[in-house]
Design a binder for this molecule. Structure first.
Ligand code: THU
Length: 133
């Protein structure tokens, strides 16, 4: 899902009820805003085979790449927990593939609290083979 019309928080709020998280009961939505300003939305998608769960960030990045974009400039992660969820380790590396140390990551709770990071803070010394974008 890509759109230029709505702000990331509006999109994340709209998508959150679509998260498929019957096993963890921990719904998450994520919006990645690309270099062009378009926003791509993802939600976590779990599976009866638990390790196959996909995080919201991964789905959002996939939507961006499928639309032909490869540079992200901002990420929003929305969860319902009192403390906003921060991207898991794997997602930090996946975000870094298309972002850089200065990419802004906003982690927000539906209960109101917010934490802001850069990808460099979340994943110092990230692995990069070379810049393939
Ligand atoms: N999850 C995300 O989708 N993104 C995050 O940033 C943290 C964790 C998902 C994975 C799993 O479906 C559920 O939250 C509980 O770990």
């Amino acid at each position: 899902m890509a759109t230029t019309n709505d702000d990331p928080l509006t999109l994340a709020r709209a998508a959150l009820p679509h998260a498929y998280a019957p096993y963890s009961g921990f719904p998450v939505s994520a919006v990645v805003v690309s270099e062009s300003g378009r926003a791509y939305v993802g939600v976590n998608v779990e599976n009866a085979a638990y390790p196959l769960a996909r995080c919201a960030e991964q789905i959002a990045v996939g939507a961006m790449v499928a639309a032909g974009e490869r540079r992200l400039r901002e990420v929003l992660v929305l969860s319902t927990s009192p403390e906003p969820a921060t991207p898991c380790g794997a997602c930090r590396q996946i975000l870094y593939e298309f972002g850089d140390a200065d990419t802004v990551v906003v982690c927000r709770s539906t209960q109101g609290s917010e934490r802001r990071f850069t990808l460099g803070e979340l994943l110092p010394e990230a692995f990069r083979l070379r810049d393939e974008r």
